[in-house]
Design a protein around this ligand. Structure first.
Ligand code: PMP
Length: 766
């Protein structure tokens, strides 16, 4: 009877085998019957399995009250106290979780919501279990479930056991039905005419009930597989043999298929335990000898018992070694029976080894959590650098847009300062790609290895460093910048009066907008184009009229009522030149001002400057940021007739170009021949690059600038960034989805880009 614990541990024969396939087939048939036949099918099955005819399954409230009234007062008292203990233990399981401040302005937390309507099954079978009523219904009501349906089979008299009804009254069940077995599970899962379906089915039962719960899973939630009960007792011989024999017998008493296993490190003591158990129960019990407690615990873990009694010295010290068990009982005075009824711990526990994947019934089983997240404008902007590469990699441009659109309209309603003007609050500001430092950190490369293919700058400067001095840096520069104006007049072959200086072309665009655009003024923008045009228009409160760049007829039509027309020639980001004569036609047909942004003039050689004499409403804006290689110095200028120049002078801030920058600009303008030679080299490089890009299967639009618009399949920009190569993408402008803008750079840098394209898994075509 007593065996040495096999080296392989407990075996599957230590658990009763159930004829799964047969049981499942029978159960499925019964469930189908309930689903199709509703109340009538339930009545038929009750007659078939319980041998009674029950016309109306729902128990009247009066019958429940009566059951409580006539119940044995000592039982009622015990049930009430046990319920209080379950409540006390359950209260510690009430959902409580801290809100997490993931980053400043990003809060994430979870809240719990109870299931609305739950169904619990309490077997009648061999004996009615009012204790199970408490274990199932008390946590349900404590969790806040508003409807708690209890099903239990009718006895021979056609009624639910009175003690079950009394317990149901104590535990707060809201609806009781005299339905047992598979039909109860089916009725609760599918609903019948008189029993509305529930959201989750709970409760132990025989193998058919367990199979039924498995089969309805998905239609409803179910708690866990809880079949034949089982206990493993681990003994070192220190707890009285008679006590352990009683524990094993108590287990066997549950049902003929209940199992009790003793694993002892003390052979003599184990023999004593075995000799004390009732012979009738012996077939349900096993006795094993282990060499050490560790070995015994390992076998128990492998078996994963519903109940585990650690009947050994210093039991709690061994708890750390228990990994697989449902309910653990520590020390000589902790019999499983105490947990079955009274400790307040739950006795609905996974069996059959299911503790590997399930927990004993707890309050959480009667609710679900909702997760909540709240982001401020700052919080969203903190996270945008995470969202953007992931959304791009997954090809979800609308995801990206939903973040960017908010950041570009990012006036936090909860901001602590007064709101800005409406136009500013709504505007879409200029957005840069990630900084070199960020790209380097993400790619895990030195910042110096990052190449900016997104800024349309040049890999050189033609200004000479020896023009720089600290002398005079304590004073403001001369706001008229005579040397710079004269160098520009010379470069442009224009009078000095035609020139307005600014800190980069951007400052001039901004001055023009400030001087000419008021709220609701019609402003025409051929799109796609440089995004600052629209940002400035929005900031000024102008009424933006976007027209597809190629639609000249429409352009001319809206020009006739425009207050301002923004043109970019050659255009950023398409690289194209405007059709010959268009500037002139627009300027003559418009009452407003026509701005031609020629930031990339030196790469195309085409300019509207020669038109300013005949067109008093024309202003050309240029920069030294691109071909002269002075983006960091921030020097730009506008060329216009004197009238516009005088208006711009009104709004121009004093001394916005530093003396150093002005000196660099003068130096650069002294080297225009160098600039032209370099530009010519770059244009040759551009054609080579475009050819190589096309050879790699990507589309490249022809360009009159120092950049190319290239097809960009999903994930490419991120793969390039992972190599430190930053290209310009256009997540907000849907007309440019699938395209990227790449600056033509040095041969070596372009080579790195080409390598990146070659290594890209997908092909390039749009
Ligand atoms: N206009 C266009 C079309 C541009 O592409 C740029 C630079 N991105 C600018 C103006 C701004 O140039 P700056 O550096 O002179 O402010």
């Amino acid at each position: 009877m007593i065996q040495q614990l096999p080296t392989s541990g407990l075996t599957s024969t230590d658990r009763p085998s159930t004829a799964q396939a047969r049981i499942e087939a029978e159960t499925r048939q019964l469930l189908d019957q309930v689903r199709a036949g509703g109340d009538a099918a339930v009545r038929d099955l009750t007659l078939r399995f319980d041998g009674v005819e029950v016309q109306k399954s729902q128990v009247e409230p009066a019958e429940i009250d009566e059951a409580l009234r006539i119940a044995d007062p000592t039982l009622v008292e015990a049930l009430q106290q046990a319920a209080a203990n379950i409540r006390r233990v359950g209260s510690a399981q009430l959902f409580s979780e801290e809100e997490v401040l993931v980053r400043p302005g990003v809060r994430v937390w979870r809240v719990s919501r109870p299931l609305r309507r739950v169904g619990v099954y309490v077997p009648g079978g061999r004996a009615p279990y009012p204790s199970s009523v408490l274990m199932l219904c008390v946590p349900a009501t404590l969790a806040g479930c508003s409807e708690v349906v209890l099903c239990s089979p009718p006895g021979q008299d056609g009624h639910v056991d009175r003690n079950i009804l009394a317990a149901a009254a104590i535990a707060g069940a809201t609806e009781v039905h005299a339905i047992g077995g598979v039909q109860a599970i089916g009725a609760m899962a599918y609903g019948t005419e008189t029993l509305a379906r529930v959201d989750k089915v709970f409760g132990p039962g025989n193998s058919h009930v367990t199979a039924a719960k498995r089969l309805v899973f998905g239609e409803v939630a179910v708690d866990m597989p809880a079949g034949p009960s089982e206990v493993v007792v681990i003994s070192d011989g220190s707890v009285a043999a008679a006590w352990l024999a009683a524990d094993l017998e108590a287990q066997a008493e549950h049902a003929p298929d209940a199992v009790g296993i003793l694993i002892s490190t003390d052979r003599e003591h184990a023999e004593q335990v075995a000799s004390l158990v009732t012979q009738r129960m012996a077939p349900q019990l096993r006795f094993y000898i282990a060499t050490t407690l560790e070995e015994a615990l390992a076998a128990a873990n492998q078996f994963g018992p519903e109940h585990l009694i650690l009947a050994c010295r210093d039991a709690e010290a061994h708890l750390g070694a228990v990994t697989n068990a449902g309910s653990v009982f520590l020390g000589p005075f902790s019999p499983a029976a105490a947990g079955d009824y009274a400790t307040g711990a739950n006795h609905v526990i996974p069996t059959g080894g299911a503790v590997r994947s399930f927990s004993p019934l707890g309050l959480d089983a009667f609710g679900r959590t909702l997760q909540v997240q709240s982001l401020s404008a700052g919080g969203l902007s903190e996270l945008s650098s995470l969202v953007e590469p992931m959304a791009r990699a997954e090809g979800f441009h609308h995801h990206l847009r939903s973040v960017r659109i908010r950041l570009s309209e990012k006036v936090d309603a909860s901001a602590s300062c007064p709101r800005p003007r409406a136009g500013v609050a709504q505007m879409h500001p200029y957005l840069w790609e990630a900084s070199s430092a960020e790209v380097a950190a993400r790619a895990g490369i030195p910042e110096g290895d990052v190449v900016r293919f997104d800024t349309n700058t040049c890999p050189w400067t033609v200004a000479e460093a020896d023009c720089l001095t600290l002398q005079g840096v304590n004073e403001y520069p001369d706001s008229n910048y005579p040397a710079l104006v004269s160098a520009l007049a010379n470069y442009l072959d224009q009078p000095s009066a035609a020139i307005t200086l600014g800190a980069g072309a951007d400052e001039l665009l901004s001055l023009i907008s400030m001087a000419f655009v008021g709220p609701n003024d019609p402003v025409v923008i051929p799109v796609p184009t440089y995004s600052m045009f629209s940002a400035l228009t929005e900031a000024a409160g102008g009424h933006q009229i976007s027209v597809a760049g190629g639609d000249e007829e429409k352009l001319l039509q809206v020009a006739s009522r425009a207050r301002l027309i923004w043109l970019c020639n050659p255009n950023n980001p398409t690289g194209e030149l405007l059709r010959e004569g268009l500037v002139q036609r627009l300027a003559t047909s418009s009452p407003g001002i026509v701005v031609v942004d020629e930031a990339y003039f030196e790469f195309s050689g085409r300019s509207s400057v020669r038109l300013i004499d005949e067109l008093p409403n024309l202003v050309v804006v240029r920069t030294l940021s691109k071909a002269f290689g002075l983006a960091g110095a921030r020097v730009g200028y506008a060329v216009s007739g004197p009238a516009i120049a005088q208006i711009l002078a009104l709004v121009r801030p004093p001394a916005s170009i530093s003396g150093q920058s002005a000196a660099l600009a003068v130096s650069a303008l002294e080297h225009t021949q160098d600039m032209k030679a370099r530009v010519a080299g770059l244009l040759r490089e551009r054609e080579l690059l475009a050819d190589e890009i096309t050879k790699r299967g990507f589309d490249s639009r022809s360009s009159s600038t120092n950049f190319l618009l290239v097809s960009c399949p999903n994930g490419l920009a991120e793969q390039l960034a992972a190599r430190g190569l930053v290209v310009r993408s256009f997540p907000v402008d849907s007309s440019l989805h699938g395209w990227m803008r790449v600056t033509v750079r040095s041969k070596e840098e372009n080579g790195r880009l080409l390598e990146g394209l070659s290594d890209f898994g997908g092909r390039g075509g749009n």
